[in-house]
Design a protein around this ligand. Structure first.
Ligand SMILES: Nc1ncnc2c1ncn2[C@@H]1O[C@H](COP(=O)(O)OP(=O)(O)O)[C@@H](O)[C@H]1O
Ligand SMILES: [Mg+2]
Length: 364
């Protein structure tokens, strides 16, 4: 896609390997240089000021300028825009930069992007702008997403955009919006959906990893890991790393320790989601109702459990709406028409339930 100058969108749940896939790909394309905007660094708040985005953008730009010294000139352009010295940009001297960031707007971002595009072209390189966790762009107040994408489309012939998105629903919204906006002339983002490894791939992944580490691991342990982590590369990698480390330090750990560690991460993410949502209580109740139903159920089953167990009086259309959001964030899986389930991997199930329980306990 990059070689064909197509824009690409890598979609899939958290820890499925989106960032890794893009980074590995870019490493193998020596004729391209990359500007990475890591929006995954934004937290779970509902909105952020433009300044927060500007900061991330400058971080990406500074990394670019340090890595590709031929682009040094661009630091002058940025420095001029902000009224600081070029060294302040390269060294990210926030003391100097921060006060000026308030003036920094989408047009400035566009101008710098154009400069990067043209300097890459002068050096016979293509430019890839990688926007990691692009759905977070929606949270930035005052950033004009349409203008940013269209400016690149119109003025940066040498540039390709690659985005990743964990919240597939919101990412699709952004992509559709950008594609429907007028001057995009039918240019499309090509979607790549990353799925979990199947059992064979998971096994292979662990075997090869342990082999590289020079470690012998019993079949049962590999089988159990494959079962508990449901083909999610991030969990398999976490398990592989922790297990190798523990064996090398001659105190092999129980797989449950890793599950717990992973569940903690999910719990933290879900609590972050709840803290910033309008109906945290109801979201928590949905998770626990699903759990009560044996981890899966239809909309009406969930409704009945919620209404009796938590004395709610929720209607189908509201419940449907809440479920849709949980599905968009990957906290609930839609397994058929009107059918829902909790994610299959154990860390997600444990983490979600733990977070939901704690929420209801703390906020009776
Ligand atoms: N194909 C792969 N081979 C080896 N490790 C992988 C692969 N995909 C992902 N990983 C590992 O899984 C973890 C999560 O991957 P990441 O790319 O950060 O996921 P995402 O960006 O989708 O959240 C990382 O630690 C990475 O090292
Ligand atoms: Mg990522």
């Amino acid at each position: 896609m990059i070689r064909h100058k197509d824009f690409a969108a890598v979609l899939g749940i958290r820890r499925i390997g989106k960032t890794s896939l893009v980074k590995v790909t870019l490493n193998e394309l020596p004729d391209y240089v990359t500007l990475t905007l890591n929006l995954g660094r934004l937290g779970s708040k509902k909105s952020y000021p433009m300044e927060t985005f500007s900061k991330l953008f400058l971080e990406g730009a500074a990394e670019f300028l340090r890595k590709y010294t031929f682009a040094g000139k661009v630091s002058k352009i940025i420095a001029n825009r902000l009224g600081v010295n070029p060294e302040d940009i390269l060294e990210l001297n926030w003391l100097k930069i921060s006060v000026k960031l308030r003036e920094f707007k989408t047009e400035d971002v566009n101008e710098i992007t154009r400069a990067l595009d043209s300097i890459a072209r002068d050096n016979k390189k293509g430019l890839v702008i990688f926007i990691d966790e692009v759905q977070n762009l929606k949270k930035v107040n005052g950033f004009d997403i349409g203008s940013f994408f269209h400016d690149i489309y119109e003025w940066c012939e040498n540039t390709v955009i690659v985005v990743s998105g964990s919240v597939v629903g919101v990412t699709e919204e952004i992509l559709n919006q950008v594609e429907e906006d007028k001057p995009f002339y039918g240019r499309k983002f090509f979607r790549i959906k990353l799925e979990r490894f199947d059992e064979t791939e998971s096994e292979e992944f662990l075997r090869r990893g342990f082999e590289e580490e020079g470690i012998k691991v019993k079949e049962e342990i590999i089988d159990e890991a494959v079962r508990l982590f449901d083909g999610i590369p991030g969990w398999l990698a976490l398990f592989g790393r922790s297990y190798s480390y523990s064996v090398k330090h001659s105190h092999p750990i129980d797989i449950r320790v890793v599950v717990k560690e992973a569940a903690k991460q999910v719990s933290k993410e879900f609590t972050g989601f709840l803290s910033n949502s309008n109906s945290p209580r109801r979201y928590a109740e949905i998770i626990l109702s699903l759990s009560r139903l044996g981890n899966k159920g239809t909309l009406s089953e969930i409704r009945d459990v919620m209404n009796s167990l938590y004395k709610e009086n929720i209607g189908d259309s509201r419940l449907h709406e809440l479920l849709r959001t949980l599905v968009a964030y990957g906290f609930v899986i839609k397994s058929g028409k009107g059918k829902y389930s909790l994610p299959i991997d154990l860390p997600s199930r444990l983490g979600l339930k733990h977070s939901a329980k704690m929420w209801l306990k703390r906020m009776p």
